[in-house]
Design a protein around this ligand. Structure first.
Ligand code: NDP
Ligand code: 2IT
Length: 445
């Protein structure tokens, strides 16, 4: 590893020893950037990596709210405004009990490079709370969202920071957050993306991450003389990303035979019935176990991680970080895995990535593969700024173009680094290049 990158990594390890997820993401990125530092000695002189590895700002705040039983509850809220080098901060909000500052920082760091890869001018950020929307009434979720925005509104705006959804934050939460922002500021403006279509949302935003994932997979497979058509696929998760990844996978002719939630997974050799799964997960906010009760011939298994024992040629992890470890990767390889694209952020441990690459499996990292969501968020911002609404096909075509463009960029960067096909490396280098150029141009800030 390049001596400068190594020194920055050693410093981070000392300073952020307790931030496991952040260190994991930072380490992976710094390993990739070494060769770039060799050819750009001016970066060290400008302290570029030290600055890049420190978020511009991390805000933590109290979120008090009252539950249906009249009890006062207190959660912790965050917004990490990581980098505004190439545009206003942009990135989702996650509501999940395992949210910590480390999780927020890793997601924000990944977001900086992801947003750069989209080719749009968006900086990177992430936010959220350890609030768990599961089992809460609509009234409780609204009360929480209003309290969360009562602090967040002073830090965000259409030209400063534009949040969106992530785990636990979908159309319902974005609606409540938007309503409260508008009430507090008196402004109807594009401060959030993923909005409902009736108040400024964009067509295709709901489908964008999952569809984009399949478009990138398609481009990657084509570049290696393969096609997704006829492939047997496994998709983890059954939330926003997973449901629309599975839908596009089926449209492309793949057979999606297994999906999961945080409790377990279902196998349906006839192909997952997505209308049924959407009814259970989107409309009823139920458990995936219910699918096996309603669909004859399908089977439910307890334990989410077991899904990786289901043999497949294409794997699309779309649930959460570190959901797929080296043991699971080994099983997938033994089962004939040809390609894996990450719908979730950092779903594979570093050991799992190494194992896939060593076995010649095509691997697309999340910061490239799941960039479709934030890309259409960028298109939603453009529509809001111009007071226009684009048609479904118009947005979908742009999304597909962006994903194919991202693939070409990471493919070229990997080849230029002398490691063709190493898309983890290619994504880090291609994403960083634009951010680095902007940081150098703007001086020490
Ligand atoms: P959702 O909340 O809609 O769905 C999350 C899914 O993952 C659910 O099926 C959930 O199960 C499952 N899940 C959550 N936590 C765990 C866990 N600890 N173990 C196993 N399963 C779990 O979130 P999204 O679909 O929006 O996000 C999924 C991933 O995609 C995240 O990594 C997110 O950062 C990433 N992503 C999201 C984008 C977006 O636009 N929404 C864009 C790019 C990336 P259950 O139903 O039981 O809760
Ligand atoms: O991880 C992600 O890219 C997201 N959750 C979407 C971010 C966005 O601003 O649309």
């Amino acid at each position: 590893m390049n001596e400068y990158a190594q020194r920055v990594l050693d410093g981070l390890r000392a300073r952020c020893a307790h931030e496991g997820e952040f260190l994991q993401a930072a380490e992976e990125i710094l390993h990739s950037l070494g060769p770039l530092m060799d050819s750009h000695p001016e970066y060290e002189h400008a302290g570029l990596l030290e600055r890049f590895m420190e978020p511009e700002r991390a805000i933590a705040f109290r979120v008090p709210w009252v539950d249906d039983a009249g009890r006062v509850q207190v959660n912790r809220g965050y917004r990490v405004q990581y980098s505004s080098a190439i545009g206003p901060y942009k990135g989702g909000l996650r509501f999940h009990p395992n949210v910590t500052l480390s999780v927020m920082k890793f997601l924000a760091l990944e977001q900086v490079l992801k947003n750069s890869l989209t080719g749009l001018n968006m900086g990177g950020g992430k936010g959220g709370s350890d609030f768990d929307p599961k089992g809460k009434s609509d009234g409780e979720v609204m009360s929480f969202c209003q309290s969360f925005m009562a602090e967040l509104y002073r830090h965000v705006g259409p030209d400063t920071d534009v949040p969106a959804g992530d785990i636990g934050v979908g159309a319902r939460e974005i609606g409540y957050l938007f309503g409260q922002y508008k009430r507090l500021t008196g402004r109807f403006e594009g401060v959030l993306t993923g909005k409902g279509l009736s108040y400024g949302g964009s067509l295709v935003r709901k489908q964008a991450t999952g569809y984009g994932l399949c478009y990138l997979l398609e481009a990657m497979m084509q570049a290696h003389g393969m096609s997704p058509r006829g492939m047997r696929a496994v998709v983890s998760g059954s939330g926003n990303v997973a449901l629309y990844a599975a839908e596009k996978a089926q449209q492309m002719g793949m057979a999606v035979v297994a999906m999961s939630d945080s409790q377990g997974y279902v196998v349906d050799e006839a192909g997952i019935n997505l209308a049924m799964l959407r009814q259970i997960k989107e409309a009823e906010r139920g458990r995936i176990s219910e699918y096996a009760r309603r669909v004859p011939g399908s089977h439910y298994h307890e334990g989410a991680a077991g899904i990786w024992a289901v043999a497949c040629q294409v794997a699309l992890p779309c649930a959460t970080q570190n959901e797929l470890d080296a043991r699971a990767a080994q099983r997938l390889v033994s089962g004939g895995l040809l390609a894996l694209a990450e719908g979730a952020n950092m779903p594979l441990t570093q050991e799992a990535v190494g194992l896939l690459q060593a076995h010649g499996v095509l691997y697309a990292p999340g910061k490239a593969a799941n960039a479709g969501g934030v890309s259409v968020s960028g298109l939603e911002m453009s529509q809001n700024a111009t007071h226009l609404c684009w048609a479904f096909d118009q947005v979908d075509d742009r999304l597909r173009d962006i994903m194919h463009c991202i693939f070409r960029a990471i493919d070229r960067a990997a080849a230029d680094c002398g490691q063709p096909g190493n898309y983890a490396l290619g994504a880090n280098v291609a994403g960083f290049a634009k951010v680095a150029e902007a940081m150098m141009a703007q001086g020490v800030v």
